[in-house]
Design a protein around this ligand. Structure first.
Ligand code: UD1
Ligand code: CA
Length: 461
């Protein structure tokens, strides 16, 4: 579309019903603040200029809404005097003369770019004002779209509506696009003589019609226009997002045994032919390559899993975990900021942090990289095809050469060269018969004590 468009995003609400110490638009859905979801939809619909109308948490909201490849500015609405008043906060930007003006809300994160484009296409066809409506299962609280002879003639707010008007179920989403050349004139005509004493953006319908403007309404699914006022609605929006994304990922060739138990982030990337077992959580920044298997109850964040690698069950990959092709990280292992080379295995009960594990190495059960001295973090480097015996502590900084062998139960504080064998534990001693002697002495002692406490012994005293 070669028309210019300014997007104005209303996000100055108090978020009272969220009962939160931060603005609702900062609450994340799939790990990304709600406001950023809106901005991504706006950008995906081809818009490059946006004004955020902010109130509480102005700075944080502006930062969260500033996404790449868009010019985003913010204006502060110090007093909440209604949606019409809020849009006018962007007066200066609107006056620059865009072809189209889009108004959307910061708390409607599921709106699709296609809906914005459909509305703008109507402007391109000659409409001056396009309202995005929806058919509400329960219209209570929404502005109603009033239609006469097939034309939208007004939007009536719940509080100002007659009983008859309240029966209407076609509702205003609040999202609309306006002819950029005429928008400012109409917005400035909005007054505040209504039940709430607020400047209602919705009055623009009647104002535009009175001025000879062509006004139309289009429809979008209610789910797409769902807003967020409470934590219950926040959870619902999250569920809707997860459902949609899981479907997309499965349709792209990923198997999920129990998709309803798998949680994805906004940026999770999973290639085809990956198998994801039940109860897996993907935090932000995870990529999984083809053929990998993520077993049940694993938690991944900021991690990369290469082709054919396997994770879990019950594994935790933290930021900077990078698994090479065919690598294995098994049950109750935690990997942080560490490369696990191709085909290397960390199968049981280990912590590998700030480390490099070479290809083909085997890290025995219970191995710990002691990376932290209480002040600084240090690195552990393990070469290719090394073997770390079970229950070893590798005290970083330390380097284990390729092909080296660490005896079980070692505490390794010095570097181990390639192909060397290192023991870092006390030498075992075996004392023949000693166990029996110890046991007999203990039994004799116990018997003597019991004798001393007996009634006969007391009578003797
Ligand atoms: C508004 C619409 C209503 C529609 C509904 C959909 C008006 C008068 N009514 O009602 O027709 O059905 O949305 O949810 O437009 N905001 C500001 N500053 C303000 C006022 C609002 O930034 O001074 C922002 C809010 O943060 C919110 C959005 O605008 O994101 C809508 O405001 P809200 O008070 O929720 O409007 P409703 O009364 O729900
Ligand atoms: Ca609302």
């Amino acid at each position: 579309m070669n028309r210019t468009c300014l997007a104005v995003i209303l996000a100055a609400g108090d978020s009272t019903r969220m009962k939160s110490s931060m603005s609702k638009v900062l609450h994340p859905i799939a790990g990304l603040p709600m406001i950023a979801h809106v901005m991504r939809a706006v950008r995906a619909a081809g818009m490059r200029d946006a004004v955020l109308v902010v109130g509480r948490d102005a700075e944080t909201v502006t930062k969260a809404g500033s996404i790449p490849d868009m010019t985003v500015s913010a204006v502060l609405q110090t007093e909440r005097r209604g949606t019409g008043h809020a849009v006018l906060m962007a007066r200066e930007a609107i006056a620059k003369g865009y072809d189209d003006l889009l108004v959307t809300y910061g708390d409607v994160p599921h709106v699709r770019p296609e809906t914005f484009l459909e509305a703008r296409a109507k402007l391109a066809e000659g409409a001056d004002l396009v309202v995005i409506g929806f058919h509400a299962a329960n219209p209570f609280g929404y502005g109603r779209l009033l239609v006469e002879n097939g034309a939208l003639i007004a939007i009536r707010e719940e509080k100002d509506a007659t009983d008859e008007e309240r029966k209407v179920t076609w509702c205003n989403s609040g999202l609309m696009v306006i002819n950029g050349a005429r928008a400012l004139g109409w917005l400035e005509k909005i007054g505040n003589t209504n039940a709430k004493g607020e400047y209602y953006l919705t009055d623009i319908v009647e104002i535009a019609r009175a001025d000879g403007g062509s006004v139309v309404a289009i429809d979008a699914p209610e789910a797409e226009l769902a807003g967020c006022n409470t934590r219950v609605e926040l959870a619902l929006l999250e569920r809707m997002w997860q459902d949609r994304r899981r479907d997309d990922i499965m349709l792209s060739g990923v198997t999920m045994i129990a998709p309803e138990t798998v949680f994805l982030s906004y940026d999770t990337r999973i290639e085809p032919d990956v198998l994801i077992e039940p109860n897996v959580v993907f935090g932000p920044g995870v990529t999984v390559e083809a053929g990998a298997v993520i077993h049940a109850f694993s938690h991944l964040e900021g991690a990369h899993v290469a082709k054919g690698a396997t994770v879990g069950p019950f594994a935790r990959l933290r930021p900077g975990a990078n698994l090479g092709e065919g690598a294995k990280v098994g049950n109750f292992c935690e990997v942080k900021k560490a490369e696990i080379g191709a085909g290397a295995k960390v199968n049981h009960l280990s912590y590998i942090g700030d480390a490099f594990v070479g290809a083909g190495s085997n890290i025995g059960a219970g191995t710990i990289t002691c990376n932290y001295d209480g002040v600084n973090k240090h690195e552990t480097r393990i070469g290719d095809n090394a073997f770390i015996g079970s229950n070893s502590a590798l005290v970083a900084p330390v380097t284990i050469g390729s092909g080296a062998y660490i005896a079980s139960g070692s505490v390794i504080t010095d570097d181990v060269p390639d192909d060397a064998l290192a023991f870092g534990r006390a030498r075992q001693e075996v004392k023949p018969e000693r166990a029996r002697l110890v046991r007999e002495r203990a039994l004799a002692l116990k018997a003597a004590k019991k004798q001393a406490r007996s009634p006969d012994a007391k009578a003797d005293r």
